[in-house]
Every structure is written in structure tokens, then in C-alpha cells.
Write a protein that binds this ligand. Structure first.
Ligand code: SF4
Length: 327
């Protein structure tokens, strides 16, 4: 069976956050017309509380490189990139260069910052331009790097593609667990577990009153204790918060500093909205009128942000305002 068929049979979905079926993306790039094609392994991993890609890279870099080479062959790409977050680049570049050997895979350094992981911003940065998202469509499988069909997959996706090819895939994925838990870290467990099951199976289900942020430590979704019987989406992270010890306003401020630091400034709703949210959350007490203003900003971020970054802020702040901050 050829690899794209194997990916389809295994039901592998992208592990970077969007969860798109891997085989479909590979097929799109394979079918796209272009004199040149590229494969990019995205190891930007800029979301707080997500550490699985670094975990895999530390332990099994050979499998990752195998996955890139496999994808290049499957889609007909002449060149691949291993696009690394800057600290991963500094730490692993020499080791990876040895593993890559004579293969046409370039080890590239992300310019720095969360947005380097957004797939079109990543392409611009690889082309030597300012790291900002592009308008879509066209999508990278049609017109990606230098206008050529490009397969962009998260590191974990390519790692498991290689495992599937070798017949070693056991329907698992990697979870990063942090916060108020006894055993924080990265765990490999079944891919379709609910959030509650992941916490149970890693010995991290609290006995105290808690809530979680699932799918990312800044843009992830806020879920209360009775909402955990659903599969974990996004990049597979869970942050547990002790409800009694967590001040929601302080938590919002913690996130907003990330959004202010990392937004690229390209669109007004995000560039201005995150500053206005900081103004509101910096007040000692939130009056009903402040909460109403914050909700309006969140709606605007959700509806009009140019890229997923601003919509991510709307997701986390929307949950915070709806579930934890009462007027
Ligand atoms: S949503 Fe934020 S990060 Fe995305 S383009 Fe707009 S300013 Fe840049």
C-alpha cells in the first residue's frame, strides 16, 4: 500500500492544532501542478504550555527526518525544510545535520515569535520576508513556498507518518500537561481520549475544584470540571488551574502580555484589541461596564482578526469572561 493510502487507513489527522486529515493534504500537494514542490516540517511550537514537539525532537529525531523524506517522496518534492523554533535550532541543529546527511533537507531557523508557526507567515519568513500571515486562498498546497505547491505539516504529524509507514503506529498522540498537577510533562496516550481520561490516565485528575485550559496555554479553550468528557483538540495541551487559587483577572493579564508581545501588528482588531483588553484587565476591580467592553472587544477579535492568532485571543478571553468573571 502506498503511504497516502496508509495515512488514510490510519485516520491520521494533523497534530499542529487544526486537525486536518493528513492524507488529504498530502494528496492535494501530490496532485497540484508545479515544477517545484516543497515539504516543510513546522517545529515552531510557540504556544505557551505546549512542549510535545521538543519532546519528540529530543528523543527520536531520526523518525522525524524519516517522516520528512517520506513526505517529499510521496508528494514529489525536491526539497524539504525542518523549520525550527530558535532555541530548538540552537540546541539541535548539529545533531539534525548529522541525521539529515545528504538528503535535500534544509535546517532553518524561525526568526522568533509565535507567528512563525502560522503556516503562511512561516512561508514568508522562509522566503526572507517579514514574518506576517498571507491572505488565504491560495492555500500552501496550491501556492506555498515561492508560489509552489507546499506541504506543511507539524513535527508530530510527520513523526507519526513515518511510524505508520513502518507499521508501528498504535493510535496514540502526545499530550502536554501542566499547571496545578502532581505530574506535569509530556505523555503519549491514546489519540481519542477525552480530556478527563487524559488527566486520569496520567495521574493528574485533581480532587479539588478546578478548571482547565485545553489546546494551548494562551489561546486554548476554558473548560469547567463538568465539560471534560470531550476529546482534546488543538495541539494536545491541558493546563489545570486550582479554582480557589486562580484570580481570573490575573490570568487574563498573563495571557494578554503574550498576545501583545507576539501579535504582528498587521490588522487593527488584534493590534489594538489586545491593548484595550490589557487596559481593562489591569484595573483592580472589573465593573459590569468593563466586562461589557471586554466582551465587545472579544466579539470583534473573533469576527475580524486577519489570522488565527487574534481569533485565539477571542477564544480564551471569551471563555474567561463567560465562565469565570461574573458581572
Ligand atoms: S490577527 Fe494579530 S497576528 Fe494575525 S495578522 Fe492580525 S495583528 Fe497579526
Amino acid at each position: 500500500m502506498e503511504i497516502i493510502e496508509k495515512l488514510k487507513a490510519a485516520g491520521l489527522r494533523g497534530r499542529g492544532g487544526a486537525g486536518f486529515p493528513a492524507w488529504q493534504k498530502w494528496q492535494m500537494v501530490k496532485d497540484a501542478r508545479g515544477e517545484k514542490k516543497y515539504v516543510v516540517c513546522n517545529v515552531s511550537e510557540g504556544e505557551p504550555a505546549v512542549a510535545k514537539d521538543g519532546y519528540i525532537l529530543e528523543r527520536e529525531p531520526e523518525i522525524v527526518v524519516e517522516g520528512i523524506a517520506l513526505a517529499m517522496e510521496a508528494v514529489g518534492a525536491g526539497k524539504g525544510y525542518l523549520y525550527l523554533r530558535k532555541d530548538y535550532f540552537d540546541k539541535y541543529k548539529d545533531k539534525l545535520a548529522g541525521i539529515v546527511g545528504g538528503k535535500e533537507i534544509e535546517i532553518a531557523r524561525e526568526p522568533g515569535g509565535y507567528l512563525g508557526g502560522e503556516e503562511t507567515a512561516l512561508l514568508d519568513s522562509l522566503e526572507g520576508k517579514r514574518c506576517e500571515p498571507r491572505i488565504k486562498p491560495p492555500f500552501p498546497p496550491q501556492a506555498g513556498l515561492f508560489g509552489c505547491p507546499t506541504l506543511i505539516n507539524n513535527l508530530e504529524t510527520l513523526y507519526f507518518a513515518a511510524k505508520i509507514d513502518k507499521g508501528e503506529y498504535k493510535n496514540t498522540r502526545f499530550y502536554t500537561i501542566s499547571g496545578d498537577v502532581p505530574s506535569a510533562g509530556v505523555f503519549e496516550r491514546g489519540e481519542n481520549l477525552t480530556i478527563k481520561e487524559v488527566l486520569e490516565k496520567t495521574g493528574n485528575l485533581p480532587e479539588f475544584d478546578f478548571f482547565v485550559q485545553a489546546g494551548g496555554g494562551a489561546s486554548g479553550t476554558i473548560l469547567m470540571q463538568d465539560e471534560l468528557d470531550i476529546p482534546l483538540s488543538g495541539a494536545g495541551s491541558i493546563v489545570v488551574y486550582d479554582k480557589q487559587k486562580t484570580d481570573p483577572r490575573e490570568l487574563g493579564l498573563q495571557w494578554i502580555n503574550f498576545f501583545i508581545r507576539e501579535n504582528c501588528g498587521k490588522c487593527v482588531p488584534c493590534r489594538e484589541g489586545v491593548y484595550r483588553l490589557r487596559e481593562i484587565f489591569s484595573q483592580e476591580h472589573l465593573e459590569p461596564v468593563d466586562i461589557a467592553r471586554a466582551r465587545d472587544i472579544v466579539k470583534l477579535l473573533a469576527a475580524a482578526s486577519f489570522c488565527p492568532f487574534g481569533k485565539g485571543a477571542a477564544n480564551s478571553f471569551g471563555g474567561l469572561l463567560e465562565k469565570l468573571i461574573k458581572p
